[in-house]
Write a protein that binds this ligand. Structure first.
Ligand SMILES: Cc1ncc(COP(=O)(O)O)c(C=O)c1O
Length: 381
């Protein structure tokens, strides 16, 4: 079946290397290989390693080290993938059949709807509500997750809200999935990117039918090595591996070795601490900027992740607004329509201070121009 365009990824791929200020990202500015060498990656030894295929589901060493972070799991519960996105895709490919129901929260990272529909599944959305701190709308949730639902996809911490589910909400979701026989796919790639709060608990271990995907791209700050993973019951991990054999065979050898270093507990904490430090520095800058926008923008500050989801006044379509900012200000932002929520834009908070300030200044300049002509900005420019 044909697959629809993944709008956000395509917009980013088209423009992120062309604009002056890419403010569309969602992780912190990435680590360098040198920083990974300082954490213990032995580059010199690696120079003599033959560049053959790596173990296609991830080396045993890497899976052992990942398993440490998911109590009760073994190497057989883990499938290593090319990024978290490939892990999500493996789950969908191995589990979904035409006519299946898939539930998902919105706003969200919108990979799953396109993939699920391409496999013939029906996607039922339930909303996260800003007024309740981006908790699910429970009525919509109950209607979306039923005994017919094969898979529920959520991201926690969530992209794009930066919200974290309460313990009670997590229990409610996991219990419902057990009751309805639904696979709960929790994408936890932002876990560890909490700004000023305790570590987000994983869904892992909260139910019989929990699958977790994650990777190095966001909280770790290492998207370029393209390592992610799926954690689930061994038969589910194996089913992902079966798909993997057909698609990319496996992750690359250097990335597997780099990941072994990154996921070591001490290094993981270093990466998370670096992420937290960047975000603690940048959040107040964004706060001051939002406050200075004269009521044009409102937000619920992110609790985790390098993302600010901003509601703007008026009814300009978010894609039009993002296009204006790109064309007139050479700055890329994510329109809310690309993350499932019109009337908002998503802005990156993970850059260097001067980059962040200039990016925000340009976005603000465009908004000021837009609202100067019409206080309610009802006319797209
Ligand atoms: C929730 C979520 N999952 C997965 C991804 C993609 O992750 P990766 O780069 O590890 O494939 C993103 C990227 O923005 C994301 O926001």
């Amino acid at each position: 079946m044909a697959i629809e365009l993944f709008e956000m990824e395509r917009m980013q791929s088209t423009w992120e290397n062309v604009v002056d200020y890419d403010m569309s990202e969602s992780g912190v500015r990435p680590l360098t290989l040198r920083e990974l060498v300082e954490m213990g990656f032995d580059l010199d030894t690696f120079l003599d390693v033959p560049l053959g295929y790596s173990q296609s589901n991830g080396t045993i060493e890497l899976r052992q080290r990942i398993a440490v972070h998911y109590p009760g799991s073994t190497v057989d519960h883990i499938e290593v993938t090319n990024g978290t996105s490939e892990a999500n895709y493996m789950v969908a490919l191995s589990q979904l059949r035409p006519g299946d129901d898939v539930a998902m929260e919105v706003p969200n990272y919108m990979q799953m709807p396109g993939v699920a529909r391409s496999l013939g599944a029906n996607v039922r959305m339930f909303r996260l509500r800003q007024e309740t701190g981006w908790e699910p709308d429970w009525d919509e949730f109950e209607r979306a997750v039923t005994p017919r639902t094969k898979l529920l996809y959520l991201s926690n911490p969530n992209n794009p809200t930066g919200a974290v589910l309460s313990d009670e909400a997590m229990r409610r979701i996991a219990t419902r999935c057990d009751e309805t026989g639904t696979w709960l796919l929790s994408d936890e790639v932002y876990l560890g990117a909490e700004i000023d709060r305790p570590r987000t608990p994983s869904f892992w271990g909260m139910g019989e039918r929990v699958l977790v995907t994650s990777g190095l791209s966001k909280a770790y700050g290492i998207p370029g090595v393209r390592i992610g993973w799926l954690v689930g019951p061994p038969e589910l991990a194996a089913a992902g591996w079966t798909q993997h054999d057909y698609i990319t065979i496996g992750p690359n050898k250097m990335s597997d070795q780099i990941a072994r270093v990154a996921v070591e507990p001490v290094n993981r904490e270093r990466c998370y601490a670096r992420t937290r430090e960047i975000l603690r520095h940048n959040l107040p800058i964004a706060r001051t900027w939002v406050a200075g926008m004269g009521g044009v923008l409102t937000w619920r500050e992110p609790l985790a992740g390098a993302i600010a989801l901003l509601q703007y006044r008026g009814d300009v379509p978010s894609l039009d607004l993002a296009e204006r900012v790109r064309i007139n200000q050479g700055t890329l932002i994510v329109p809310g329509s690309h993350v499932g929520l019109e009337g908002y834009v998503r802005v990156w908070l993970g850059g260097r201070e001067d980059f962040l300030r200039e990016g925000l200044r340009r976005i603000g300049a465009e908004l000021s121009q837009l609202y100067a002509g019409s206080p309610s900005a009802s006319v797209p420019g």
